[in-house]
Design a protein around this ligand. Structure first.
Ligand code: AP5
Length: 206
């Protein structure tokens, strides 16, 4: 199955993607993760992307379209994949439609006040990428014991910019995919396990 996860920053796309890929046995393709790795490794793509990401702006369409096109051509994607964070502009969605046929688009709906709480309290393990929230009271990464840190783009000024960018550039994709009959809305404000079950039901995989 070829799945797209749509939703504002902090909706839980990354968190839920991990659960869904382990149930369905398909790879997760997170453009945010691919770009953050490129920044850590100081590749030419990473150097180009860094300033956009840190201020909460979108990386240019041609850069992310190339990344996704190359990634889905790899052998592990032949039985499907889950796109997390792509597409997020109409030109990206149109580019994707020109080379792939998506089966379903899951749109995680979460009110803005909850998004700000989730993003401002999010902590990630610098070593293994584990994602948590200060509400869970974890002092160190429970998986590998490394320090938990805050993403630079979770600073308050970047968060507001990311939410504005979402409203202007990504939200129109809801209508784009609804018109194609591919959209499934899921309430992402519920507890984690409930959201996972609702997504699996929307995918017809529960
Ligand atoms: P990206 O990494 O894709 O960030 P994002 O879309 O802003 O999404 P987030 O990772 O912030 O949120 P999420 O929905 O995955 O939430 P999470 O599961 O972590 O992109 C980062 C940047 O890269 C972009 O700003 C842009 O610059 C660039 N980029 C990436 N893709 C691009 C593209 N296609 N085009 C151009 N530029 C691109 O959850 C958030 C928090 O909430 C966590 O603490 C989690 O533990 C908690 N939480 C989640 N679900 C629940 C729940 N149900 N109950 C309680 N807590 C929960």
């Amino acid at each position: 199955m070829k799945i797209v996860f749509l939703g504002p920053p902090g909706a839980g796309k990354g968190t839920q993607a991990e659960k869904i890929i382990s149930r369905l046995g398909i790879p997760q393709i997170s453009t945010g993760e691919i770009l953050r790795r490129a920044i850590r490794e100081k590749t030419p793509t990473g150097l180009e992307a860094q300033s956009y990401i840190e201020k909460g702006a979108l990386v240019p369409d041609d850069v992310v379209v190339r990344i996704v096109r190359d990634r889905i051509a790899e052998p592990d994607c032949k039985n499907g994949y889950l796109l997390d964070g792509f597409p997020r502009t109409l030109p990206q969605a149109e580019a994707l439609a020109s080379f792939e046929s998506i089966d379903v688009v899951v749109n995680l709906e979460v009110p803005a006040s909850l998004l700000i709480h989730r993003l401002s309290g999010r902590r990630v393990c610098a070593q293994c990428g584990y994602t948590t929230h200060v509400d869970r009271g974890e002092a160190k990464c429970p998986k590998c014991g490394a320090e938990l840190t805050q993403r630079k783009d979770d600073a308050p000024e970047s968060v507001q910019n990311r939410l504005d960018v979402y409203e202007k550039q990504t939200k129109p994709l809801i209508d784009f995919y609804a018109e194609k009959g591919l959209l499934k809305n899921v309430d992402g404000s519920k507890p984690l396990a409930e959201v996972t079950e609702a997504i699996l039901a929307a995918l017809g995989s529960n």
